[in-house]
Design a protein around this ligand. Structure first.
Ligand code: ATP
Ligand code: MG
Length: 559
């Protein structure tokens, strides 16, 4: 057995230090962690942090990590979520191998152990309503009140619990509670609910059960059954740890796992609450769980975010014991870094303005060579057609430019990327006075973008040939929320009305339209874009993964 971590790529943190110390002390033969999602929604970027931590530790210390579905609430859980969660963990780059588990696989054992607690006088059936239980739980400053049913005999409790299981009572009629201490300063120890009656069909156990264990009861025991050594969860469960330990101490479990808590991921301009994400989808604020504005892994994937960028992001933010909020700019930085390195360059014109090059022979088409990646010669080159009619970006022309505008304006000369110098000689307007077309001339001696007489131009612009390019819809995504710390209680008020801008008349290179690549590309000077699943044969749709620079932060600063 080795105690040296195989890789320290993810850096060290207090949890990895604990794991290392436990291995040094020979406390465990093998490190076993788990990622325990409840299948009641899609995974989000916060879960990515937890996945990378649990699977990462298992990898680095040559242990194993279980994927365990915490499927104890059939009312909110669905097969769709079970499938999407597995796809997301794989996409992020992790694999549970044969270690796929479901808390529902342990329902029989959990039930037997509940009977044992009853026999030991440590659990009782309570006939109070949910409201009564809540009202008698006390507060942080006041103790709770004992239930009038707390002192039932073991026989009566066993009888009632068995009848709960047999389906004799309606939903909510009774619960099974652990008998701990209604005066405990820790509210979690004030006789927490272990089982509730729920006549509901379960995706895996069908109609076998009509009582279901609570999270607190099922979770730790599932860890113990799977012989998890380090049960890692987020800080909000710190106060649950005494209860976690209480069950482990009072039950004949096969192992005694220990719970460790770390700070959950919070991101500016982002809500990471499954309740809110579910509502965004149900209320139609977004186009689904995989809407590219969603912080779900499905949304990030559709947006074109590479999994390597997410892994790098969670590595950079590290694992701490105190809650904090991470600037979403950090995530965007990681996405840009990765895409800058890996993505091929192409040209697209988002808001086309037609240009007729008057001295270019009509009917002539020539092929120019464009490079696919400036830092990677192995990415090769491609051909782009040049002809008399081209499109440039509308923003790259101004009829009456301010002083520092170096792009195209009447009389001014610029370089067309990979092509020629052109000069604007005329402007054509519609009846409303809007510029609809430009007239230009080109200098045939500047082929490839340099003038033999050494004269310089101050701007290089992207462009596309009018006939040899393809129409496309381009979707520009911005932050879903305009408030840096969206209010989860009233999130609708904080939604950014400009989170999606659709450009229906963009143009893209033929090679882009023809390729079925699912990886994002850089559209030069514009950002990174990825083909969207809404594409049809006649109309490709491309979504902006991210712009080239952090313009959002600047816009916010300007107000
Ligand atoms: P719910 O409110 O439904 O419990 P949840 O986000 O906690 O939502 P789970 O399915 O219980 O969802 O989460 C699975 C695991 O992911 C848990 O261990 C949880 O602590 C962890 N997790 C959830 N959100 C975050 C986050 N923002 N940062 C880090 N880990 C998280
Ligand atoms: Mg949870």
């Amino acid at each position: 057995m080795t105690t040296e971590p195989v890789a320290t790529e993810a850096g060290r943190d207090f949890i990895r230090d604990i794991v290392q110390a436990d291995l040094d002390a020979a406390k465990f033969k093998e490190i076993v962690t788990r990622f325990p999602p409840e299948p009641n929604g899609y995974l989000h970027i916060g879960h990515a942090k937890s996945i990378a931590l649990n699977f990462g530790i298992a990898e680095e210390f040559r242990g194993r990590c279980h994927l365990r579905f915490d499927d104890t609430n059939p009312v909110k859980e669905e097969q769709e979520y079970i499938d999407s969660i597995q796809a997301d963990v794989h996409w992020l780059g992790f694999d549970w191998g044969k270690n796929l588990f479901f808390a529902s696989d342990y329902f029989d054992r959990l039930y037997e152990w509940a009977e044992k607690l009853i026999r030991d006088g440590l659990a009782y059936v309570d006939d109070q309503t949910q409201d009564e239980i809540r009202l008698t739980r006390g507060t942080l400053t006041e103790p709770g009140k004992n239930s009038p049913f707390r002192d039932r005999t073991v026989e009566e409790n066993l009888d009632l619990f068995r009848r709960m299981k047999a389906g004799e009572f309606p939903n909510g009629a009774r619960v099974l509670r652990a008998k701990i201490d209604m005066a405990s300063p820790n509210i979690n120890l004030r006789d927490p609910v272990m089982y509730r009656i729920l006549h509901a069909h379960h995706p895996r156990t069908g109609d076998k059960w009509c009582i279901y264990p609570s999270y607190d009861y099922a979770h730790g025991q599932s860890d113990a059954i799977e012989e998890i050594t380090h049960s890692i969860c987020t800080l909000e469960f710190e106060d649950h740890r005494p209860l976690y330990d209480w069950f482990i101490e009072n039950l004949p479990v096969p192992s005694e796992p220990h719970q460790y808590e770390f700070a959950r991921l919070n991101l500016t301009y982002t809500v990471l609450s499954k309740r809110v994400l579910t509502q965004l989808v149900r209320d139609g604020h977004v186009a689904g769980w995989d809407d590219p504005r969603m912080p779900t892994m499905a949304g990030l994937r559709r947006r074109g975010v590479p999994p390597a960028a997410l892994r790098e992001f969670v590595k950079r933010i590290g694992v701490a014991k105190a809650n904090s909020v991470v600037d979403v700019g950090m995530l965007e930085f990681c996405i840009r870094e990765e895409l800058n390195r890996t993505s091929q360059r192409r040209m697209a014109v988002l808001r086309p303005l037609k240009v007729v090059i008057e001295n270019y022979p009509e009917g002539q088409v020539e092929e120019l060579e464009a490079i696919n990646h400036p830092d990677d010669a192995s990415a090769g080159t491609r051909k782009i057609a040049f002809s008399r009619e081209i499109y440039i970006e509308r923003d790259d022309f101004m009829e009456n430019p301010p002083k520092k505008f170096f792009r195209l304006s009447p009389g001014n000369e610029v370089r067309l990327r990979y092509a020629y110098f052109i000069k604007c000689t005329g402007v054509i307007k519609n009846d409303a006075g809007e510029v609809v077309e430009l007239r230009c001339t080109y200098d045939p001696l500047t082929k490839g973008g340099n003038a033999p007489d050494g004269r310089k131009v101050k701007a290089t612009m992207h462009w596309l040939p009018a006939a040899q390019s393809v129409p496309a819809e381009i979707r520009l995504y911005n932050q879903l929320f305009s408030n840096p710390s969206p209010n989860a209680a009233n999130f609708a008020a904080d939604l950014n009305p400009q989170s999606l801008e659709i450009l229906p008349d963009a143009r893209i290179e033929v090679s882009v339209a023809e390729s079925n690549a699912t990886e994002p590309m850089q559209f030069e000077r514009q950002g990174y874009f990825v083909r969207d699943k809404d594409s049809t044969p006649g109309k490709p749709v491309f979504s902006r993964t991210i712009g080239l620079r952090d313009t959002f932060a600047k816009e916010v600063a300007k107000g």
